[in-house]
Design a protein around this ligand. Structure first.
Ligand code: GAL
Length: 685
């Protein structure tokens, strides 16, 4: 990953600056601002209240296309000029969207062929948002015309601080099965495989009489009578991610031509379920990485998923600070029950993102909509107005972020990396596998949770990331691997690293063909083990494991009759289909060790293994704290910032001393943290 970061261009006179801010200026604080939903007298109120809350950056124009270009040949920019001028007069910088996210009705009416189509062949019509196929040339031309106009008009506007391409590319149209997409898919395949023989071999089309004699016969994996060809499904996922990236690149090209100095981002969706885009292949096209993150109300440990997503975003940003461009102040409007956040949660969640590298805390949206599909979504300024608990919390958060300004630009150090890879997410969860119960992100998150519980900092990195400098690398369910991926883990281990690989790893090559000769395929040599079949477990089934140092453990989902070739056995299955075989092993390789875990361990088992691996690598939590207190350290040249976030309903403590940036007090160790509270300590390195 080569991304060279360029940060927000803060205009002179930006509101909310402090004398002590860090390398990236103030911490950006604000949200999506949709003034077109309100009359102009409300805008005056908006900017006044933005100042009151300490807002210094807003994202404008995300869904403005229909207002900016009401007919194919008319443009109405004057209202947006007034919005930008007003924001600038009040010292509020603008993250200007290219406005291409949602095409106007005149365009989809004139060109219904540009609408996206789902796998069942259903056309997804105008009336919601993102009604466009990433493969539509008509959409591309019209959207670029708009970007060109935006760039020309606002290139030298003093409020313009960064560009925001589209919005959550792929959020609703990530997989389009239309005829236009079929054509795009064929072009993509021709480029990838050049000739039909290579292509037929890659797709293994001798299976089920699927041989293709011409490129025109190939289709996206539309609903078929049986399972679709797995390589077809995998390539379609790759193609779909690339098709969206083409739109990103096309918009970026226009923006760079007009404003080479203005940084460009697009808001990622690194969170829970979203797997449509291989973000690791997008970051080089951007100047800075930003993310949108929302919490799932049903998850009692959603704050750990939040930490995982934040660390994953930082990993995509190559360890550099990143922007939280959207989150919610309280309830969202798209879950079955949209629970409100308890008062202290807004602060905890926001400061966790900052602790994990965000130099921006922004929300969807500034003012809660009075109408439309998201009118029940929380905002910075709720329907109730300023006489509300939520508004007061927002104002307090703005003040907290001003007190933390010096943190901006500092970074997080970790000795542990977890490889999380979208291509593997797609491939590991394809249908017709030994078990449909395997869940790629959940498995990775499970290992992350064990490290989170131990307060050990983790980088979540994409495939191909440089592993130098880490002492431990976890590769959960790294199902599909290229030879280079295996070689990288091998060298990492031999140079003294501890690598931990889990079940269903190394199984397939990049075309999803099995690596023959026994499991875990490409990792047999590195791990020093071999098994001759998979023995997955039924939904409720559990198996018992026993190990001299690890004790009694429980496995679910998977088991294998693992036979060590030259690894030592750390735990053995004592019941279930693989009883008597090795379950957890460790092989010595050069200066390091390669660990294999052949089942899904529960939290206790994972923690036992994580503790053993970290002990072998001499990795410990940098700072002690009471249970349920999350501790993360950000560092700059000569100071470090200790964030301690108490997720429990009792008072907790952290074994550190320093100046509490949120209160200004100098505090000796241990520092007490109120129930649900946050403390940020500055101390010399
Ligand atoms: C995001 C989107 C925003 C808003 C938000 C609601 O996916 O970018 O425009 O819809 O969700 O949670």
């Amino acid at each position: 990953m080569q991304m060279t970061q360029r940060w927000i261009r803060w205009p002179a006179g930006t509101h909310n600056r402090t004398p002590t801010e860090g390398r990236n200026g103030p911490i950006a604080f604000g949200g999506d601002y949709n003034p077109e939903q309100w009359s102009e007298d409300v805008w005056q109120d908006d900017v006044r209240l933005m100042q009151e809350a300490g807002v210094n950056l807003v994202t404008v124009g995300v869904f403005s296309w229909a207002r900016l270009q009401p007919t194919p040949d008319t443009w109405e920019f004057e209202w947006l000029d007034r919005v930008l001028d007003l924001l600038h007069e009040h010292g509020i910088a603008v993250d200007l969207a290219t406005a291409t996210a949602s095409p106007p009705a005149w365009l989809t009416t004139a060109h219904p062929e540009m609408l996206p189509v789902d796998r069942l062949g259903t056309v997804l019509h105008q009336g919601g948002r993102q009604a466009w196929s990433p493969s539509s040339v008509v959409y591309r031309e019209h959207s670029l015309r708009l970007v060109e106009k935006m760039a020309e008009r606002y290139a030298s506007h003093p409020a313009l601080s960064m560009w925001h391409v589209s919005n959550e590319l792929g959020c609703h149209n990530g997989r389009c099965y239309s005829e236009l997409s079929a054509q795009g898919f064929r072009r993509w395949l021709r480029e990838r495989y050049t000739d039909l023989d290579t292509f037929n071999r890659a797709w293994a089309t001798d299976f089920w009489s699927q041989h293709y004699g011409t490129w025109e016969e190939i289709e996206p994996p539309r609903i078929a009578p049986s399972f679709s060809n797995p390589t077809q499904q995998l390539d379609f996922a790759r193609f779909s991610s690339d098709a969206l990236r083409d739109q990103l690149r096309a918009e970026v090209e226009v923006l760079r031509r007009h404003t080479p100095d203005v940084p460009i981002t697009t808001n990622f969706m690194v969170m829970g379920h979203f797997k449509e885009v291989d973000y690791g292949t997008w970051v080089d096209d951007l100047d800075l990485v930003s993310n949108d993150h929302y919490m799932m109300a049903h998850d009692p440990e959603a704050h750990v998923e939040l930490a995982f997503s934040a660390d994953h975003t930082r990993g995509l940003a190559g360890g550099q600070p990143w922007m939280l461009l959207e989150s919610s102040t309280s309830a969202v409007s798209w879950q079955p029950v949209n629970t409100a956040k308890p008062v202290s949660q807004l602060r905890r969640n926001s400061l966790t993102h900052v602790a994990r590298g965000a130099d921006a805390v922004c929300f969807f949206q500034w003012r809660a909509s009075a109408a439309g599909a998201e009118k029940y979504h929380s905002a910075m300024l709720p329907h109730a107005g300023t006489d509300s608990g939520l508004w007061r919390s927002v104002v307090e958060l703005g003040a907290d972020l001003q007190r933390l300004a010096e943190v901006s630009g500092s970074t997080v150090d970790s000795s542990v990396a977890i490889i999380v890879d979208y291509e593997n997410w797609w491939a590991a969860e394809l249908d017709a596998h030994p078990s449909s119960l395997l869940a790629y992100r959940q498995t990775a998150e499970g290992w992350y949770r064990s490290l989170w519980d131990a307060n050990i900092p983790v980088d979540i990195v994409p495939r191909g990331a440089d592993l130098t400098g880490y002492r431990v690398v976890l590769a959960p369910m790294l199902y599909l691997v290229r030879d280079a991926d295996v070689a990288a883990l091998d060298s990492f281990t031999r140079a003294g690293g501890q690598v931990l690989v889990t079940y269903f790893s190394g199984i397939a090559d990049e075309n999803d063909h099995i690596r023959l000769g026994g499991y875990p395929g490409a990792f047999r040599d590195l791990l020093g083990v071999r098994s001759d079949e998979f023995r997955p477990l039924l939904g409720e089934q559990q198996v018992a494991l026993e190990g001299a140092s690890l004790g009694a453990l429980t496995g679910t989902l998977w088991s294998e009759p693992v036979v060590p070739t030259d690894a030592i056995v750390l735990a053995t299955y004592t019941d279930g289909p693989s009883a008597g075989f090795a379950a957890i092993t460790r092989a010595a390789r050069g200066e390091g060790k390669a660990w294999y875990v052949s089942t899904e361990l529960d939290a206790i088992g994972r923690r036992a293994v994580v503790d053993a691996v970290c002990a072998a690598a001499r990795v410990t939590a940098p700072i002690g704290a009471t249970a349920g207190v999350e501790v993360v350290v950000r560092r700059s040249a000569d100071v470090e910032y200790v964030f301690a976030i108490n997720h429990t309903p009792q008072e907790g403590s952290v074994a550190a001393a320093g100046t509490d940036l949120l209160t200004g007090q100098v505090r000796p160790a241990p520092v007490l943290i109120p129930a649900g509270g946050v403390v940020v300590l500055r101390r010399p390195q």
